[in-house]
Structures are given as C-alpha cells and as structure tokens.
Ligand binder design. Structure first.
Ligand SMILES: C[S@@+](CC[C@H](N)C(=O)[O-])C[C@H]1O[C@@H](n2cnc3c(N)ncnc32)[C@H](O)[C@@H]1O
Length: 259
C-alpha cells in the first residue's frame, strides 16, 4: 500500500511498531493482536521505530492508560469514550465493558488507512476529525459522561493549539475527563535527539513542567492526577530505573483532567 500521511500522522507508526514487537515477545506485557496485521497490510518497514527507551515508554503508557481508563469506566459504565488522535490503536477491545460507546477519531489521511483494516463495530465507530475543530462532535451518542483519551498527541501541538483543543472539548461536551500525555519543555527542544521521533518529520512543540499549566488555558478544567511514565517503566529494566532516579521530572506524564 502506498502510504501518504502527514508528518505528525507518521508518528502513529512508532506506537504501532512497538505494540507489534511487544506482542510477539514471550511474556508480552501488552497485547495488540491487530498491530502486526496492520504493518503487514501497510507493507512498511517499521524496524527503526522500535528503539529501547521508546519501546519501554510506549509499553508503560499503554498499561497506564488502560488502567486509568478502566478505573473511570468502572465509575461511569455507560460513558462515551473518545480516542482523539487514535492512530492505529485499538483501545476499545482492551477496556470494553459491554456498555460504553466508543469513538476513534483522527485526521482524514490516517482514518482512510485505518478503515482499510478496521470496520465500525457495535458501540465502536470511526470518524474523521481534528482536535482543533468541533465538527466531528455533531450527532454523537448522548451519554452523561465523556472520557477523552489523547495518548501521544498533544506533544505535537503549540500552546495556542493546545488551548484550541481544550476549549473545543469543554464547549462540545458538558461533563468530561481528559487523559492527556504531557511532556517536559526540554523534550520540546530536542526532537532530533528522541530515539524514535527523530526518524519522522514531526516536531515536539509546547511542553510543560506541570499539568497545572493547562488550567490557565481552559478554566473549566481541573487537574485530577498527574503521573510520570517512570512509575511503570522503572519496574522493568535497570536503564529505566536509572533514568527515573536521575531524571525524575523529564519523562512524559499521564495527566487526568475533569470538567
Ligand atoms: C504518536 S501518534 C499516537 C497515536 C495513538 N494515540 C497511539 O497511542 O498509538 C499521534 C497521532 O495524533 C494524530 N494527530 C495529529 N494531529 C491531530 C489533530 N489535529 N487532530 C487529531 N489527531 C491528530 C496523528 O494523526 C497520529 O495518529
């Protein structure tokens, strides 16, 4: 397949490559049964997208997002869950409780590739859409709580774009939670040194030292929790343990916001 996708969209291949390679390992910490099939269908060589630290980071964050989502879904069993900037990820199968309504949303070029592999399922639909406009939010199933997942997406947005996205979410959904991946400002200045993203044309943008910085952009939101990926990563390797010890604030974080 001739893969024509934009610069940020290309980063979806990184998580895809990592989830496929982890799935094929004995004692895999995460399982993504579709990832290998997607790579084969796309016919792309993704080997360069799977270096050690990114691998460990994506595995850690996949586990942390799943746990966090399951916790929220147990509180709101019929929530509308939205994976905004879903790439090729299939979180629905990981957390489905038989009642949630799920929406996978990404830019049109990624969604047209995604549609070659996935089909709409009962309570799990795909929509073209952007984090910067609300058009895709029209006509969604009505649920009293919305849980929005943005895993590996906001790092590529300027401060102004993050604001546009947060304002759009609060305008579009009366009550919600946002699970957001945040990164340190130093990473924003060092895309070229990132072990996987350096192989793409994407650039990290506005980073934060604290999740509270988002609250200045959208006052309807409050910060529920913020946890470094170090928490999960350091369980598995000496290198990650040392990274957590020497750079406790430099790793990406999972922040949960509520409005
Ligand atoms: C690093 S990938 C992460 C994909 C997926 N969330 C995962 O964890 O596997 C970044 C994703 O953000 C999407 N993206 C970039 N800009 C976007 C926008 N303005 N609106 C929606 N999605 C966007 C890209 O297309 C890409 O799929």
């Amino acid at each position: 397949m001739d893969l024509k996708i934009g610069d940020i969209q290309e980063t979806a291949l990184i998580t895809l490559a990592i989830r496929a390679s982890e799935t094929s390992r004995p004692n895999a910490r995460i399982k993504d049964s579709m990832a290998k099939e997607i790579i084969d269908t796309l016919g792309v060589d993704v080997s360069k997208y799977d270096p050690f630290m990114s691998h460990e980071g994506v595995v850690a964050r996949t586990i942390m997002y799943k746990n966090q989502l399951e916790e929220l879904i147990s509180q709101y069993p019929d929530a509308l869950c939205i994976n905004l900037g879903c790439g090729f990820d299939d979180k629905f199968v990981q957390v489905d409780n038989g009642k949630i309504s799920w929406l996978d949303v990404d830019l049109p070029d990624i969604m047209s590739v995604r549609r070659k592999i996935y089909q709409d399922r009962d309570r799990c639909l795909m929509k073209d859409g952007s984090a910067f406009d609300a058009e895709w939010t029209n006509g969604l199933p009505k649920r009293s709580m919305t849980i929005v997942v943005m895993e590996g997406v906001l790092e590529y947005f300027t401060k102004e774009q993050v604001k546009t996205c947060l304002n759009m979410l609060c305008d579009s959904f009366e009550h919600g939670y946002l699970l957001a991946e945040l990164h340190h400002p130093l990473l924003g200045k060092n895309t070229k040194h990132h072990d996987a993203v350096k192989y793409t044309n994407a650039e990290f943008q506005w980073g934060t030292k604290s999740g509270r910085e988002y609250l200045e952009l959208e006052q309807r939101m409050s910060l529920v929790s913020e946890r470094s990926y170090n928490e999960e990563m350091r369980k598995y390797s000496l290198r990650a343990k040392l990274f957590a010890l020497f750079f406790p604030h430099l790793n990406n974080r999972l922040a949960v916001y509520k409005w």
